[in-house]
Design a protein around this ligand. Structure first.
Ligand SMILES: NC(=O)c1ccc[n+]([C@@H]2O[C@H](COP(=O)([O-])OP(=O)(O)OC[C@H]3O[C@@H](n4cnc5c(N)ncnc54)[C@H](O)[C@@H]3O)[C@@H](O)[C@H]2O)c1
Length: 402
C-alpha cells in the first residue's frame, strides 16, 4: 500500500463536511488500517486532473448519500479513501485538536449535525453583536433595502428609528418588529430627507426619544430612469434632491448631534453609512440622474469623512448591486422586471423569469444582492475602527474597484 495523495483527496473529503455543517471542519489523516465501523468508504477515480476530480467528487457524494440514508442527522466520524493500491483514513473535528484526538483513538463515532440555527456561522447575524444595544436610524426604512436593514439591525439587538416618507409603512413595520421582539426594537419617524426642516426635526426627535444616536444609515433613494435627451429638468432635480441633497441634509443634522455627543464621549466612535449603489462606481445607461447623484454622494462621503473624523464619526458608503427580490425590481405591477418585459429590453424574454435570469447572468456570482449581503457590510463598517471615507462594493463581483 502506498500513500494517498492528500493534496487531492483531503479537500474533497473536507468539502462534504463544509457543505453539511456550513462551518469550518478539520481533518486529520492516518493510515487506513482496517475499515473502522461506520466509516464512509470512497473509491477515488483514477488520475488527478479536473475530470478525475469531478468524478471523485461524485463518488464522495454518492457514498455520503448512501451512508446518510440510515443516519440522516449525522456525518461520518471517519472517511476512508482508496485509490488503486493507496488508501488513507481522515478523521474530522471542529478543531484541529479534536480531529487529532479522533485520529489517535481511531474514534469513528458519527458526528451529529448541529441544529439549523447553529450551522449559520456564515450568516450575517453571526456578526450582529457589534450593533447590539446601539441606537440606529435608517431612512427609507419602510420597504426594500431599508426594511431589510431595519430588520437586520433590530434582530441584532439595536433600537432602530424607522424614518420614511411613508409613515404608515414605517408604523406597520415597527409594530410587527416590536411584537416579534417583545421589546421596543423600532420606532417610526416621518421624514422627507430632501426637506431641511423635516430632517432637523427627525434628529431632534431621536435625541428626545432615545438620548442620541450611534449609527445613521442614509438609505432613502429614488430612481427615474431616462435618456439624457428626454429627461425633464424636474425629474432630474427630484432624483438629485432625494439622493444627493438628502445626504447633505442627513450628514449636517446627524453631524451636529454626533458632535455634541462626542464632546462628552471623545472615544466613542459613531457611523454614518450611505447606501450608495454600483451605479455610484460605474455609469448607468439612460439613468444618468441616478448615477450622477450616487457618484456625487461618494464625493460627499469622502469630504465629510475628512471633516467629521475630529468627532470620531466614520462616514462610509456601501455600493450594493441590484436587489432583484425587492419591490423596485420585483413588484408585479410596476417593478423593473415587468417594465423591461413590456418594453422588450431583453431580447427573446417571454416572461418576468426570463428577464430576471438575464439580469442574474450579468452578475459573476449569479444572483442579486440581498439584505444579509448589505448587513455584513454594515457590521464590518461599524466594527472597523480604522477606516473612513470608503465606498464598499457589495455587487457579487459585477463592479470592482480600480
Ligand atoms: N433596489 C436596488 O436594486 C438597489 C441597488 C443598489 C442601491 N440601491 C439603493 O438602496 C436604497 C434603497 O433602495 P430600494 O430599492 O430599497 O428603494 P425602494 O423604492 O424599495 O424604497 C425606498 C424607501 O424610501 C422611501 N423614500 C423615498 N423618498 C423619500 C424621502 N424623500 N424621504 C424619506 N423617505 C423616502 C420610500 O417611501 C421607500 O420606503 C436607495 O438609496 C437605492 O439607490 C437600490
Amino acid at each position: 500500500m502506498s500513500d494517498i495523495d492528500h493534496a487531492f483527496a483531503a479537500p474533497l473529503a473536507r468539502g462534504l463536511y463544509l457543505d453539511a455543517f456550513a462551518r469550518p471542519v478539520f481533518l486529520s489523516p492516518t493510515e487506513a488500517g482496517t475499515a473502522p465501523v461506520d466509516a464512509l468508504v470512497v473509491e477515488l477515480a483514477p488520475g488527478s486532473d479536473a475530470a478525475a476530480e469531478g468524478a471523485s467528487a461524485q463518488a464522495f457524494a454518492r457514498a455520503l448519500s448512501a451512508w446518510r440514508e440510515k443516519r440522516a442527522s449525522a456525518l461520518p466520524g471517519c472517511v476512508l479513501v482508496r485509490s488503486g493500491d493507496s488508501s488513507a483514513a481522515y478523521w474530522p473535528g471542529l478543531s484541529l485538536d479534536e480531529a487529532r484526538r479522533r485520529a489517535a483513538r481511531r474514534d469513528s463515532a458519527p458526528m451529529l449535525l448541529p441544529p439549523r440555527g447553529e450551522a449559520a456561522a456564515g450568516s450575517a447575524r453571526a456578526r450582529g453583536g457589534v450593533v447590539d444595544g446601539r441606537i440606529a436610524l435608517v431612512t427609507g426604512g419602510a420597504q426594500g433595502f431599508g426594511e431589510e436593514i431595519v430588520r437586520g439591525l433590530a434582530s441584532s439587538g439595536a433600537l432602530v428609528l424607522v424614518a420614511d416618507l411613508n409613515i404608515a409603512g414605517a408604523e406597520r413595520l415597527c409594530a410587527a418588529l416590536n411584537a416579534e421582539a417583545g421589546r421596543t426594537a423600532a420606532l417610526p419617524v416621518a421624514v422627507d430627507v430632501s426637506d431641511e426642516a423635516s430632517v432637523a426635526a427627525m434628529f431632534a426627535l431621536a435625541a428626545k426619544e432615545a438620548g442620541g444616536i450611534d449609527l445613521v444609515v442614509s438609505n432613502a433613494g429614488v430612481l427615474k430612469a431616462s435618456s439624457v435627451l428626454d429627461q425633464e429638468l424636474g425629474s432630474f432635480k427630484f432624483v438629485t434632491d432625494v439622493n444627493y441633497v438628502g445626504f447633505f441634509l442627513m450628514s449636517k443634522y446627524a453631524g451636529l448631534l454626533l458632535r455634541r455627543q462626542s464632546r462628552t464621549a471623545p472615544r466613542w466612535a459613531t457611523d454614518i453609512v450611505q447606501i450608495n449603489s454600483k451605479s455610484g462606481l460605474q455609469g448607468s445607461n439612460k439613468n444618468g440622474s441616478y448615477a450622477g447623484s450616487k457618484f456625487g454622494g461618494l464625493g460627499l462621503v469622502q469630504s465629510y469623512a475628512l471633516e467629521l473624523v475630529e468627532w470620531r464619526v466614520k462616514v462610509n458608503a456601501i455600493c450594493p448591486g441590484n436587489f432583484f427580490d425587492g419591490p423596485l425590481w420585483s413588484d408585479p405591477e410596476k417593478g423593473l422586471f415587468v417594465q423591461y418585459l413590456r418594453s422588450g429590453k431583453v431580447p427573446g424574454a417571454a416572461t418576468v423569469a426570463d428577464v430576471k435570469a438575464a439580469y442574474e447572468a450579468k452578475v459573476p456570482m449569479g444572483r442579486g444582492c440581498e439584505g444579509p449581503d448589505v448587513m455584513r457590510a454594515i457590521y464590518y463598517l461599524v466594527e472597523q475602527e480604522y477606516e473612513t471615507g470608503q465606498a464598499l462594493p457589495v455587487t457579487g463581483g459585477q463592479v470592482m474597484l480600480n
